[in-house]
Design a protein around this ligand. Structure first.
Ligand code: NAD
Length: 489
């Protein structure tokens, strides 16, 4: 089995913020890998547009260095790199002024290719760039814009941003990126759910005891302290990544795998989410690593705000009020400086209604675990007889659907989420991008939770570096007679 690479049509991709961290670390190295794979047409143009005073030669050198640093093992040799870099151009531009716009317009003039504009800049610039694209005649119906997160900081700002973008572009031209949706396993989750008869009949409150979604990071806030302290785990992770995963695991089967059918179903999930009760949510803030405070300071030191009340950890329980899920708890958890880097969705099935093996056989549950990172793969825990003599002793063993082992590694093309999503933009496929009403509905659910903390002057609970968060999070799930999955690498 050899993976198929279908080249995309000719395109011009303008990357506003083309000299920034995201462009250098993810977007350009990702595009180079698509070039190496033969997916990027040889005449496609990538135009970096940013504030730095560079010419195209200087930009190519910057991206050569970025690819050397972040390009990964799939980089395909010097000759190919030169050919890729030859497709790059650069315009010094001011998103807030007029400098550079006529030069960009000239570059884009007369082209009948697909035009995509990636807004890889601070969200405060999204509206200005959209406005100038229109003013300079680049916002025609062929144009597509890719908008980075965060998309607003609450319902009001998200609505305002949607309204601004809608002034210049139609919804089918706007690609709101959530890179979690570009991950291989996330798409595999849909294949497993809707491509097999096996799971769907069991995918409801009658057979599922509860679902857990964990996104744990070992890193702290790093250099993003100022931004993060105004945002926190709820805005930075839950409102987008975790809620998107929740939607995919809980949604009804869409009639077709097409953008609006999928996004309609995701929206219904968000709208059916129950409000979160105050005792069903735990916020935390990480402490410094003992004896290594200089290297791994506590949250408040890292963000340079000794009185900060922003959370670096969240654990919450919610329910979905619809026929499929009523009564099934969904536990969401995310945090920084935790025991291991691990993103996992776990579906825990109910006990068998009666054990024919007696009490000594113990309680055994089927657990379907979908790992996003690291070691992407899906594992189904099944109960079998422990081999050998000595009676009927039951053990749980994993039925491992790890792609790396099942499929020939030579045949698996590891595609980073960003490069997959950019190719989807060029193909004009919005299935893995968030629609405006979805983003607003997600804020409508998170806003009251965040406002509740503000009103109550809520202070996050401290938790130790390298742990699973505050002990209150363990207590919260224990009160329900359940426990969190272990966070392991
Ligand atoms: P960055 O600060 O590293 O880069 C910002 C870019 O914007 C630079 O190229 C800069 O020249 C350009 N810029 C700034 N002001 C400008 C102006 N007035 N006119 C024209 N260009 C201007 O930022 P980043 O980390 O690359 O993030 C870019 C976007 O991506 C942000 O919205 C961020 O929230 C989002 N994002 C970044 C990451 C990441 O890992 N870096 C992850 C997720 C989302």
């Amino acid at each position: 089995m050899v993976s198929r690479v279908i080249p995309v049509d000719q395109f011009d991709l303008v990357i506003f913020g083309g000299t920034g961290d995201l462009a250098r670390r993810k977007i350009l190295p990702g595009l180079f890998r698509r070039f190496c794979a033969g997916q990027m047409p040889p005449d496609a143009r990538i135009i970096g547009a940013a504030r730095s005073d560079l010419d195209s030669a200087g930009y190519r050198q910057m991206i050569r260095e970025a690819i050397a640093e972040f390009g990964g093992e799939q980089a395909c040799g010097d000759e190919q790199l030169d050919a890729f870099l030859a497709q790059l151009e650069y315009v010094t531009i001011d998103a807030l002024g007029e400098a550079g716009w006529s030069e960009l317009q000239k570059l884009m003039e007369g082209s009948d290719r697909i035009e995509a504009y990636y807004f890889s800049v601070a969200p405060s610039l999204f509206g200005d760039i959209a406005e100038r694209l229109q003013k300079w005649g680049m916002a025609d119906t062929r144009a597509r814009i890719v908008v980075e997160k965060p998309f607003g900081r609450d319902l009001e700002t998200a609505r305002a941003l949607n309204k601004t973008l809608a002034t210049y572009f139609n919804e089918d031209q706007i690609y709101r990126i959530d890179h979690y949706l570009g991950k291989e396993t996330v798409q595999n989750l849909m294949a497993v759910r809707f491509g097999n008869m096996l799971f769907e009949p069991l995918w409801n409150s009658q057979y599922v005891d509860h679902i857990q979604i964990t996104v744990a990071e070992t890193v702290g806030v790093g250099g993003r302290g100022e931004y993060y302290d105004k945002s926190g785990a709820m805005r930075d992770m839950v409102q987008n990544h975790l809620m998107q995963l929740l939607c995919l695991i809980a949604m009804e089967p869409p009639a077709r795998f097409d953008p609006d059918a999928v996004r309609d179903e995701k929206l219904k999930v968000i709208r059916a989410l129950d409000p979160v009760l105050a005792h069903h949510i735990v916020r935390g803030q990480y402490q410094a690593e003992p004896c290594n405070e200089a290297e791994n300071p506590g949250y408040r030191t890292a963000v340079d705000n000794p009185r900060s009340r922003t959370e670096s950890f969240i654990a919450l329980r919610t329910e979905i009020s619809n026929w499929r899920w009523a009564g099934t708890p969904f536990y969401l958890r995310t945090g920084k400086r935790m025991a291991a880097r691990s993103s996992e969705i776990t579906v825990v099935f109910k006990d068998t209604p009666h054990s024919i093996f007696g009490d000594e056989a113990g309680s055994h549950r089927n657990v379907l675990s979908i790992r996003l990172q690291p070691n992407e793969g899906i594992t189904l825990g099944v109960t079998i007889k422990e081999p050998g003599p000595g009676g009927m002793r039951l053990i749980d063993v994993p039925l491992d659907m790890s792609f790396a082992e099942t499929l020939d590694p030579e045949d698996i093309e590891h595609v980073d989420a960003y490069e997959r999503l950019i190719m989807d933009v060029i193909r004009g496929n919005q299935t893995l991008f968030m629609r405006g009403d979805e983003v607003e509905a997600a804020w409508a659910w998170t806003d009251p939770i965040i406002n509740g903390w503000v009103t109550r002057n809520d202070v996050p609970k401290p938790y130790d570096h390298g742990t699973t968060g505050p002990t209150d999070a363990e207590d919260m799930i224990r009160r329900d007679g359940r426990k969190w999955r272990k966070i392991t690498q």
